[in-house]
Ligand binder design. Structure first.
Ligand code: F6P
Length: 319
């Protein structure tokens, strides 16, 4: 293994830059040539890559986004797109690739490993929706970003005694809504892992209203439906006129927290060491504060473990 490359793919996440830095710096440390691929798999197909050195990644550990840019490539999903990407890697004599991203990005890494490229996946997504690992890079920062918004909304929501629906990202995963909701003292949390709880929540709001409690923060994970539909239900069934705040892309930006920077640094170094040990089709994860690696294919079929105890806290603490 002499030459490796690194790319970021899918939705960007705070801490991706810290992971790129760790991959590049550890490659230099271990005397490997290292390339940065721009715009994820799209850049791999287009041959948009550049050789990097220690100074290419100076002053980025604290920055959100990704200096390598990101994309979601439709062309890479086709056999033709993938063989173009393979050709580019071969032309540059690159035989190892580190992919920083989510499940779609890992599927791409899996395909490339079947084509003879050694691939390692680093989990980078604010969604925390990769079931094999406790945490993904970017999740902790996103929780704090959402929490800051919830804290501010809480001030106005309680001053005006209004119900508020805060819609957060996460695709089909409710972790972002759950963690930020518990930390922000939200009265209700609606997540895909607990379907059918909307009626219970409406009953809770009605009970609160009867006791004279008029403000109510509802954290709604985007995977549980649309904020406007919920707003309509609240008006029809509880006579509550709730305001909506959709946090949107603000959740993907910002300086990474220390947790995300450290996680990214550890995982970046581990990825390069795995390549040096000729490992392929592996992802890196964290469990009980220890890093581990496992087969990408197995990681993608890992069962979802949802923190039900954390979810239960809202029932006990907020009413
Ligand atoms: O996967 C990260 C994420 O921000 C999800 O939370 C969200 O559903 C999706 O990406 C939005 O994707 P796009 O950037 O394509 O709108």
């Amino acid at each position: 293994m002499n030459r490796i490359a690194v790319l970021t793919s899918g939705g960007d996440a705070p801490g991706m830059n810290a992971a790129i830095r760790a991959v590049v710096r550890s490659a230099v440390y271990y005397n490997l040539k290292v390339y940065g691929v721009y715009r994820g798999y799209k850049g791999l197909i287009d041959g948009s890559l550049t050789e990097m050195d220690a100074s290419s990644v100076a002053d980025i550990i604290h920055k959100g986004g990704t200096i390598l840019k990101s994309s979601r490539s439709e062309e890479f999903r086709t056999a033709e797109g993938r063989s173009k990407a393979l050709k580019v890697l071969k032309e540059h004599q690159i035989d190892g690739l580190v992919v920083i991203g989510g499940d779609g990005s890992f599927r791409g890494a899996q395909e490339l490993s079947e084509m003879g490229i050694k691939t390692i996946g680093i989990p980078g997504t604010i969604d925390n929706d990769l079931n094999y690992t406790e945490y993904t890079i970017g999740f902790d920062t996103a929780i704090n970003t959402v929490l800051e918004a919830v804290t501010k909304i809480r001030d106005t929501s309680s001053s005006h005694e209004k119900a508020t629906i805060i819609e957060v990202m996460g695709r089909r995963c409710g972790d972002l809504a759950l963690y930020a909701g518990v930390a922000g003292g939200a009265e209700s949390i609606i997540i895909p892992e607990e379907p059918g709880n909307i009626e219970t929540i409406i009953a809770k709001i009605i009970q609160g209203k009867e006791r004279g409690k008029l403000h109510h923060i509802i954290m709604l994970a985007e995977g549980s439906g649309n904020a406007s539909d919920l707003q309509k239900k609240l008006l029809e069934q509880a006579d509550v006129n709730a305001r909506i705040t959709v946090l949107g892309y603000i959740q993907r930006g910002g300086d990474p927290t220390s947790f995300d920077r450290i996680l990214a640094s550890k995982m970046g170094v581990r990825a390069v060491e795995l390549l040096l040990n000729k490992k392929t089709n592996q992802v890196i994860g964290i469990k009980n504060n220890s890093l581990f690696n496992m087969d990408i294919t197995e990681s993608l079929s890992a069962e979802r473990t949802f923190d039900r105890e954390l979810y239960k806290l809202t029932e006990i603490l907020s009413f």
